[in-house]
Design a binder for this molecule. Structure first.
Ligand code: CUA
Length: 343
């Protein structure tokens, strides 16, 4: 093999291994469809249990019959070499193995269709929190049209309590290719399709961070298109909303970094509320430091990782649209100092 192909192979292997290296915080919940914590996920879970039970019954029946046939009709010493009686055509047996599977499939279709209808037609209360999620290569934009908030990758919602149900109603759009919104404990997958609007809803019943991932292959960094849904108790959610609605903090200590930010092409792609930065290609940075991760879960949002990200995002998330800005070490320090003030 030529060295070039070898090195390509190694790179492909390295990026395949790295692709799994996304950041998971210790407090993050598991991604498990068997532990639903939201009404739509629960409805899907019940339908899945029925399908699994039917499959289990079929599996056990077939296996038992197979083992029985193997043991009962195996070759024994003394059997003569001639073949057993050959039977051709049995209307009863053929009818049984045609009708029974059809019945099973019809039942599964009906249950599935009913679950889909239950989830899709579920009455949305007027006080549902409305969020528009936009899938982008490779990150999530979350807009709260009624609250005037724009954020990225981490969807903050109120938790639903028995006395006070809180549904979050999601409008799904895509800015480029097809993505899919999937947080296993909250709901089934729904695709985000260019030039089409899809809808789904979630109702987290416990506070905490729910993990998810883009579930439709959308390019080389599809695996690093993580989703975090953070469900807050009502007062906590209200204070998150209040802090996100504030314009960006102005810290005179970080004026050097601010000047660099506004004189380079950063502002072509990023918006900072309350300033002249109004770019829309990249994540809104107004409250960057309120987020747990960088690059949609590619790395924890620590000052060191933030510096590494600004220095060369391609080293952390190869192929992402943010270029290496070729900043000097001093400029890097100053710009990171400014970004750290965006709380
Ligand atoms: Cu977005 Cu896969």
């Amino acid at each position: 093999m030529s060295p070039r192909i070898l090195s390509y192979g190694k790179r492909a292997l390295a990026s395949a291994l790295l692709a799994g290296a996304v950041y998971v915080a210790p407090s993050d919940r598991v991604t498990n469809i068997f532990e639903p914590l939201s009404t739509p996920a629960d409805l899907v879970y019940r339908a899945a249990l029925l399908a699994l039970a039917v499959c289990a019954v079929i599996f056990v029946t077939v296996t038992v019959l197979l083992i029985y046939a193997i043991v009962r009709y195996r070759h024994r010493p003394g059997d003569d070499a001639s073949e057993p009686p050959q039977i051709y055509g049995s209307n009863q047996i053929e009818l049984a193995w045609t009708v029974l599977p059809i019945l099973i499939v019809v039942v599964l279709i009906l249950v599935t269709a009913r679950t889909i209808a239950d989830v899709e037609d579920y009455p949305q209360p007027t006080d549902a929190l409305k969020v528009t999620a936009v899938g982008r290569q490779w990150w999530w934009e979350f807009r709260y049209p009624d609250l005037g908030i724009v954020t990225a990758n981490e969807l903050h919602v109120p938790v639903s309590e028995s006395g006070r149900r809180q549904i979050t109603s999601l409008t799904l759009e895509s800015a480029d290719v097809i993505h899919s919104f999937w947080v296993p404990q909250l709901a089934g997958k729904t695709d985000l399709i260019p030039n089409r609007v899809n809808r789904m809803w979630i109702e987290p019943k416990q506070a905490g961070a729910y993990l998810g991932n883009c579930a439709e292959y959308c390019g080389t960094q599809h695996a690093k298109m993580r989703l975090r849904v953070i469900a807050h108790p009502p007062e906590e959610f209200a204070s998150w909303v209040a802090s996100q609605r504030r314009p960006a903090a102005e810290d005179p200590q970080a004026s050097a970094g601010r000047a660099i930010f506004f004189s380079t092409s950063c502002i072509n792609c990023h918006a900072i509320h309350g300033t002249s930065a109004k770019g829309t290609f990249g994540p809104d940075l107004t409250h960057l430091m309120s987020r747990q991760t960088l690059g949609s879960g590619a790395a924890p949002n620590t000052p060191e990782k933030l510096r590494a990200w600004v220095r060369n995002p391609q080293a952390i998330k190869e192929g992402c649209l943010m270029p290496d800005m070729q900043l000097s070490d001093q400029e890097l320090d100053q710009i990171v100092a400014y970004l750290l003030t965006l709380k």
